[in-house]
Design a protein around this ligand. Structure first.
Ligand code: ADP
Length: 464
């Protein structure tokens, strides 16, 4: 609009209105419009555009000084001509400053936008990480934490800044033993620690990594808390499986070695028993025979434990197998005051397995549960469930018996580990169960607390 105004005024001036009554009014207006037009164009489109506009408008304005040609020498030395030139020079310089200012302002605006985007992206990334992360200062005070801290530790993010990490995470008033932060400050390197959180019994891998300042000193640290409870359990199960495999080899060898002399002992003991014997000697021979038989049972169990590959694989209905096995124990449950509850998912029942081996596992787990409940309070509640979990059927057997102390939980599947008095347990039951379930491509593990009963989990692959 301003450019148009300058153009119009220049044309009017050029067609000889300059000497008229409007001259005194539109010449200042024209000059003002010129300067404004140059400044606005520079502001809006940059210094180059300002100069171009100023040049074009200047040509219009100066045109009148060059017509008619014979007056050029007089006009170009006139005061007005000099003022017009001064005005254009001013417009050009103003245009340059405005353009530069505008350019730096645009750059600043762009940097602010980039910064805001970067902060947004960083915060979203920080909060989308599912492992809790804390940023601490060198004194172990929290600077910030991601959303996962909220979920895992129930720590409100607003309230935690400025508190010590051990207060917020572990609820204590001094650093945890072997604190990785202290170690990191000492060594200047990333330090990790596996830490069992007593309150939740979760195992965390805590990694503290240093953040260095310009002078190379540690100004902050990044702490990542990874819950490795499940990984640890899995590792333990793998260790047990591995141990079982070597023990299986050993057991098979020993069992075969013992079997031959044992067959001889049993056979000859039977021959001696058939003879006419004085009562005291008969009693001794009976003891020999009975104990040899007991040893033969142990050897048989050892061979079952050592056997890797399941035989007679067929599609079996796990729920039906549970009902049939419970039938065996029905009478004992009634007399021992044991209440059985089953929650069996109908569609979770088809597995490919050896019926008698899985029944052996089930029976062994039920007998152990019964024993534990009878010891704890002469009866109790036995819960059996099945459910489908991805490509597996998960069976659980829960009792409210004695439970298992943490100190022995890792040994339960070891062959010959028993807490039962002599004569009542061989310690082979769970080892055999483990061997059978592994051979079926499944998993077996336990969750328990002393005094609160136990739950055995068995997972078997669903029938294809
Ligand atoms: P055994 O029954 O001959 O002792 P197992 O291998 O079947 O051998 O069991 C090993 C040990 O595991 C038992 O002695 C007992 O201490 C523990 N155990 C097994 N099942 C349970 C259970 N349901 N509750 C408590 N302890 C159990």
């Amino acid at each position: 609009m301003l450019v148009g105004l300058v153009g119009l005024l220049s044309v009017l001036d050029g067609v000889n209105l300059s000497g008229g009554q409007w001259h005194d009014l539109f010449i200042p207006v024209q000059r003002l419009a010129y300067v404004l037009a140059v400044m606005v164009t520079s502001w809006r489109f940059g210094a180059g555009a300002g100069w171009l506009t100023g040049g074009i408008m200047g040509a219009f304005i100066l045109a009148k000084y060059f017509f008619p040609v014979e007056l050029i020498p007089v006009r170009i030395v006139s005061f007005n001509f000099l003022v017009e030139l001064g005005m254009m020079a001013f417009g050009g310089i103003a245009s340059w400053f405005i353009g530069k200012y505008r350019e730096s302002e645009l750059k600043l605006h762009q940097s602010e936008t980039d910064l805001r985007t970067a902060i947004k992206e960083w915060t979203e990334t920080f909060n989308s990480i599912t492992d809790p992360i804390l940023i601490l200062d060198s004194q172990q005070k929290i600077l910030r934490g991601n959303l996962a801290c909220n979920k895992t530790f129930g720590a409100g993010l607003e309230g935690i800044a400025g508190k010590y990490c051990y207060q917020v995470i572990h609820g204590i008033h001094e650093p945890i033993p072997n604190c990785p932060h202290i170690e990191m400050v000492r060594t200047g390197q990333t330090c990790s620690l596996e830490y069992l959180e007593p309150a939740t019994e979760s195992i965390y891998e805590i990694t503290a990594s240093p953040v260095f300042g310009e002078k190379g000193d540690i100004v902050a640290s990044v702490h990542i808390y990874r819950d490795i409870t499940e990984t640890k359990k899995m590792q333990e199960r793998l260790i047990i499986t591995d141990r079982m495999a070597s023990l299986g080899e050993l057991a098979a060898g020993i069992a075969h070695e013992i079997n031959n002399p044992l067959t001889g002992i049993l056979g000859f003991a039977e021959l001696v028993r058939d003879r006419d014997l004085p009562d005291d000697i008969r009693a001794d021979v009976d003891t020999i025979y009975r104990e040899a038989q007991r040893t033969a049972t142990v050897v048989r169990n050892m061979l079952t434990f050592a056997r890797r590959h399941p035989h007679a694989m067929e599609a079996i209905n796990l729920n039906e197998l549970i009902h049939r096995t419970l039938e065996f124990r029905k009478h004992d449950h009634a007399t021992a005051n044991i209440k059985v509850m089953c929650s069996l998912e109908p569609e979770a029942c088809q597995v490919t397995a050896d019926f008698s081996q899985i029944q052996q596992v089930l029976l062994n787990l039920i007998l152990n549960a019964e024993y534990s409940m009878k010891q704890a309070h002469s009866g109790g509640n036995l819960n059996i469930t099945t459910r489908r979990l991805n490509n597996f059927v998960q069976l659980t057997i829960t009792d409210d018996g004695l439970g298992i102390d943490k100190s022995i939980a890792g040994k339960l599947f070891n062959p010959f580990f028993t807490t039962k008095p002599e004569g009542e347990g061989t310690g082979l039951g769970l080892a055999i169960c483990h061997g059978i379930i592994q051979a079926h491509g499944g998993n077996i593990w336990i969750e328990s607390e002393a005094g609160s009963g136990a739950t055995f989990f068995v997972e078997l692959p669903l029938a294809a």
